[in-house]
Structure formats: structure tokens, C-alpha cells
Design a protein around this ligand. Structure first.
Ligand code: FEO
Length: 387
């Protein structure tokens, strides 16, 4: 088992998944992911969430090892998404006296995944309710839409532990050593990014708690420098840019738009822009491109027209940004079209429907290969973008 001894009484029983290619069926996870689950050992024993069914065997082994022959009294269900709730039915069957703890929404949604009748063994909690396990006491804090409607987090007051559900999670198995920030940001922007207002509401509640440890449902247990993690979540959920820089997001059919993107990158770097990141939307992980779009305050989108509309890789990117409620940024639009160009109009229409997105006044059309006149227009666009 991954050694994640939270404390003498609070034990990690989750599992790594290093063979899943796409998280939620769409996000590449080259370093895997962890499905975290914890056990609180006290006079009464609580399991904090289960794991994905892909990790049932490892979870059961870890659970039995930590329980040491004792039986759990409670299963606290903080989140019903199958990457955490996959084994509720199995656990309920294995431990028939175990009480399921959730909120009203949890038990409204539970039958959609587990059709059995659990009403006689369900404990419904609401905001501020407590559950004493002996020397440990859990207080439940509702966190709707972080990231599903039934989500709640739990604060254990004797050890000052916040069980934070999806919050403060990251992609990447625990067996892989990697920096927290990059994969936590990619995870946040793509999984929770749409729900900034709800994250802000949860952060306000968390501010009144003395938190010394954060136990998320993905990624490492956080015990030090918690202000750093809370600060990142505050920034991200306010949709503020994190770093000064420009993302040049381009899609190219035959390479001409790619050459134009490289020229745009060089122009911006020549203007002293501290960071210019170019991403090829045909090849890069779109979740990474979305992460970078939120990370920086400015962006250039460059795409050809295709079948009378927007080239699909750019269309997908724009749709992702729309769905994650991209906002509060400045964007320049450049299209490529040898005849009947339509890409810029469609990109503009996406951007015009986003909140507080400023579109640079010069919208330029490249016709096929890059020419001197295009470079002059791109210089003008750089001036507008960096103004
Ligand atoms: Fe990790 Fe929303 O599930």
C-alpha cells in the first residue's frame, strides 16, 4: 500500500490507477491518478468515501489491513461520482451494520447508481451537523457543485483535518513524484473550473476553520504550507490570471497557420513579453491548452476555415473554454482562409458570448502562406494585445 499515514488514527486506504488512459473519458493522465479513501479509527470507525471500481481489489486489501478485523460503523459519502463511490454497494453488502452518511441530495441521487434500499441504514446530515466517533468528531460542510450537487466536505476537529472531496486534488498517481502545481491546475481548470462561485463559497466557509491537514480524494495529503494551496484555489476560482504571459493557441491544416503562429510568438517575444506559450491544438492535450488559457491573461487564437466553418481542433478548444466559463481576459483573433474565410467570425462569436473578454480590434485574415503584409498586421495585433 502507498504509505500515506495521515496520523495514528486517520489512515489512507486508497489506491493508484496507473493504467487508465483518459480520466472522465477525456483527460489524458500519463502519470495516472489516485482514488483516495481514508479510515478514521476511534471508538467508532468511519470510512471516508470508497474508490473507483477499477481499484476495488487494492482498496479492499488496504481497508481490511487497516481495520485489523474490526468492522466499520459509518461510510461517509462526500461525493457520488463513480471514481469515489464505485464501491458503496459492495461495502454496504460486506458490512451490513454499517451506516451510510450523506446529505439529502446524496440519498436522492444514490439510487441512480445503487438501486438497493438503504433507507433503514442511512444517516442524513446537513450543514454544521456533527458525528462523534469517540475522540474524533466530524462536522459536515455542504459544498454543492464542487463538483456535483451532492458534494460535501468534512472537518475533523481533534486533528484539524479537512476531508476536501475533489477540492485540492490533482491528476497523477501517488507513486509518481511530480510537482503539485501543474497537474493540480490542469485538474482544477478542467474538472472544477466551471464552478468558481461555488469554490469561493466553500473557501469562505473553510476560512473559519483551523485546518492543519487537507485530505483530498485525488493526489497527496497536504500538511504543510496550506496557505499556498488555499491561495491558488482562491485565485483560480476568481478567474484571475496566474502568470503574466500570452498563450498562442493555433490549429493548422498544412502548416501555414503553424508558421504564422511561430511568427506571432517571435513578435510577442521581441516585444519583451515575459512568457509566450504556443500550443498546437491538433496535437496538444486540449486539457493542457485550457489550463494555459486560464493561467495567462492574454491569448491569440489562430485557425483556418474548414468546410465553411471553424477547423474542428479550434472549435473543440473554443467549446471547452465556453464550458469552463473562460472570462476576464484579452484575446486576439487571426484566421486563415484562401477563399470564403469564416473562422474569425465563429471564434469571435464564441468570445463575444464569454464574460468580460476583450477582443483586440484588429482581426486579421491570412490567405494561405504568410506574407509581409500579414507580419505587419500581426505587429499591430501585438501592440493592441500588449497595450
Ligand atoms: Fe473525483 Fe468529481 O470526482
Amino acid at each position: 500500500m502507498t504509505d500515506l499515514h495521515v496520523s495514528e488514527a486517520v489512515r489512507y486506504v486508497g489506491a493508484d490507477d496507473t493504467t487508465l488512459d483518459l480520466f472522465e473519458g477525456q483527460y489524458p493522465i500519463p502519470n495516472g491518478v489516485s482514488y483516495n479513501s481514508y479510515v478514521i479509527l476511534d471508538g467508532k470507525i468511519a470510512i471516508m468515501d470508497t474508490v473507483d471500481r477499477r481499484a476495488t481489489e487494492a482498496w479492499l486489501k488496504n481497508l481490511e489491513e487497516v481495520l485489523g478485523g474490526r468492522k466499520p460503523d459509518y461510510l461517509v459519502i462526500q461525493h457520488l461520482e463513480p471514481d469515489h463511490a464505485g464501491n458503496i454497494g459492495l461495502a454496504a453488502e460486506k458490512y451490513p451494520d454499517m451506516i451510510l452518511v450523506g446529505n439529502a441530495k446524496t440519498f436522492q441521487m444514490l439510487p441512480k447508481f445503487f438501486p438497493g434500499d438503504y433507507s433503514a441504514r442511512s444517516l442524513t446530515v446537513k450543514e454544521g451537523d456533527t458525528l462523534s466517533l469517540g475522540s474524533h468528531t466530524l462536522t459536515f460542510v455542504m459544498a454543492p457543485m464542487v463538483h456535483w450537487p451532492e458534494v460535501m466536505v468534512s472537518y475533523e476537529s481533534s486533528e484539524k483535518i479537512l476531508f476536501s472531496a475533489d477540492g485540492f486534488g490533482k491528476f497523477g498517481a501517488l507513486s509518481v513524484r511530480e510537482d503539485w502545481l501543474c497537474e493540480a491546475r490542469r485538474y482544477y481548470m478542467n474538472i472544477v473550473g466551471k464552478y468558481g462561485a461555488q469554490v469561493q463559497a466553500l473557501l469562505k466557509k473553510a476560512a473559519s476553520l483551523d485546518i492543519q491537514t487537507i485530505c483530498p480524494l485525488h493526489g497527496p495529503v497536504l500538511k504543510e504550507d496550506l496557505g499556498f494551496y488555499l491561495g491558488k484555489y482562491d485565485l483560480w476560482s476568481r478567474y484571475e490570471p496566474e502568470d503574466e504571459g500570452v498563450l498562442v493557441a493555433y490549429a493548422s491544416i498544412h502548416g501555414n497557420t503553424a508558421k504564422a503562429a511561430a511568427a506571432m510568438q517571435a513578435i510577442l517575444e521581441g516585444r519583451g513579453c515575459p512568457k509566450v506559450v504556443a500550443v498546437d491544438l491538433c496535437r496538444v492535450d486540449q486539457a493542457k491548452a485550457v489550463e494555459d488559457a486560464f493561467r495567462y491573461g492574454k491569448m491569440v487564437v489562430m485557425s483556418p476555415t474548414y468546410d465553411g466553418g471553424l477547423f474542428p481542433p479550434m472549435d473543440h478548444f473554443m467549446a471547452h473554454l465556453r464550458d469552463k466559463t473562460y472570462r476576464n481576459r484579452t484575446v486576439a483573433v487571426i484566421e486563415n482562409g484562401s477563399w470564403a474565410p469564416a473562422a474569425a467570425k465563429i471564434m469571435r462569436s464564441y468570445l463575444e458570448n464569454m464574460k468580460n473578454v476583450t477582443i483586440c480590434p484588429t482581426v486579421h485574415t491570412i490567405q494561405g502562406a504568410l506574407k509581409d503584409a500579414d507580419r505587419a498586421a500581426m505587429e499591430q495585433i501585438a501592440s493592441e494585445l500588449l497595450a
